[in-house]
Design a binder for this molecule. Structure first.
Ligand code: FEO
Length: 402
């Protein structure tokens, strides 16, 4: 059934309990596609849902009105998890006009290879619905060129589309109905895997909406924010993440053919414990299906230790996959180190360090051990690592951390 946000404003979206992968981002808790229905002099739907869930949305709308009475369909973002059901909705709502950004209509026409009746809106422009209105703010590259948010001043609701969302399927709709620790965990995972590469556009978008008086954030995925302290907190977290702030922690990511690189990884862990640096260790032998789970930890860490055995003169594909995925998120202000066990070709560290270079990391000297590390070699590695990290911690000039 539809859920009321405020008098005459309804959630009419869809719950995707089954989705487990959004282009590589593993979503163990599923997701929702949030669409909203506003009953006013001009009946308006804000965003739609994925095509596979079109009839679920239409059923919720029909429980309230006849879709033939819909005047406007606001498309804040043309990605198909939100715009995918526009054609189905238009079949039920033949008199509706699409309200969208210039880039959005271009994307819609390229997605569906047809024309749509539409009106383009830019930042600062409004749409009167009757007693209420929508003020539009384009937020390009958060996270597509067409992205836009809409603010309803009469109700103090920000329709934020992807921004502030979480991939979280639930029959509850609001943050005062669901465990907040899970919502915030999924907020961070979502930001890291969707929004993280676009830090500068996020900062601009936060500036653009900073003056708005917001009582509710009606996003396009997951739980709707309406607790005042949570609304303030999500804005603070987005600002912190967009400014690449770290919490001083570390991640250790490795794969190992015969356990030698793994032994080195656990030496790294010992050193971090001695230095009281919080860390998370990922053995990609066991995590091959879920590298996206590493990204939220990577986003807020200071240190990245990446190890790979040398396999056929290159790194193990799991590590190459992780590093390829990770560099797309443009992590910044990281201190990184490569380590490996090798047989006859000591080259793994070079490939790992090339990824570090692309990511703009400050790189600590690599460390590599031929074949199986002896007790003495592990002790030497531990001492070397302790000295390197302590020296880095005593470095005043962090100008190389971009
Ligand atoms: Fe939820 Fe960018 O789509």
């Amino acid at each position: 059934m539809a859920v009321s946000l405020k008098k005459g404003i309804y959630w009419v979206g869809a719950i995707d309990w089954e989705i487990r992968n959004v282009h590589g981002y593993v979503t163990p808790r599923g997701t929702t596609y949030n669409a909203y229905l506003v009953i006013d002099e001009h009946i308006t739907v804000i965003d739609t849902v994925k095509k596979s869930h079109a009839q679920e949305m239409i059923r919720r709308i029909k429980a309230i009105i006849d879709p033939k009475d819909i005047d406007y369909i606001v498309s804040l973002h043309a990605e198909l998890d939100h715009a995918g059901a526009i054609p189905e909705l238009l079949e039920e709502a033949p008199n509706a006009t699409i309200i969208c950004s210039k880039e959005d209509i271009n994307h819609l026409e390229l997605h569906f290879h047809r024309e749509f009746p539409h009106v383009i809106k830019k930042t600062g422009e409004t749409l009167s619905l009757g007693q209420r209105s929508l003020q539009f703010v384009t937020i390009p590259m958060v996270h597509w060129p067409d992205s836009m948010v809409a603010y309803m001043p009469e109700e103090k609701i920000l329709f934020s589309n992807d921004a502030f969302g979480q991939h979280l399927a639930s029959s509850e709709r609001f943050d005062d109905e669901y465990p907040n620790d899970i919502i915030f965990e999924e907020l961070q995972t979502y930001y890291a895997n969707i929004v993280m590469p676009y830090a500068m556009p996020v900062r601009k978008a936060l500036d653009a909406v900073s003056g708005l008086d917001i009582e509710m954030i009606a996003n396009a995925h997951g739980i709707i924010w309406r607790k005042p302290e949570n609304i303030a907190r999500v804005a603070e977290l987005y600002a912190s993440w967009a400014n690449h702030e770290n919490n001083g922690s570390a991640i250790i990511v490795f794969d190992s053919m015969w356990g030698s690189t793994k032994e080195m990884a656990y030496v790294v862990a010992e050193v971090l414990e001695d230095l009281e640096i919080p860390y998370h260790l990922y053995n990609l032998h066991a995590h091959t299906d879920d590298i996206s789970a590493i990204i939220p930890k990577m986003m807020v860490c200071k240190y990245m230790f990446v190890g790979s055995s040398n396999l056929n003169n290159t790194i193990i594909p799991t590590i190459a996959g992780f590093l390829t995925y990770a560099k797309g998120f443009k992590p910044r202000k990281k201190v990184a180190m490569a380590f490996s066990s090798y047989g006859w070709s000591n080259t793994s560290y070079k490939e790992i360090e090339e990824y570090f270079r692309i990511m703009g990391c400050k790189t600590l000297p690599n460390y590599n051990i031929k074949y199986v590390p002896s007790t003495e070699q592990k002790a030497e590695f531990k001492q070397f690592l302790l000295e390197q990290i302590k020296e880095e911690q005593n470095t005043v000039d962090d100008s190389c951390l971009i």
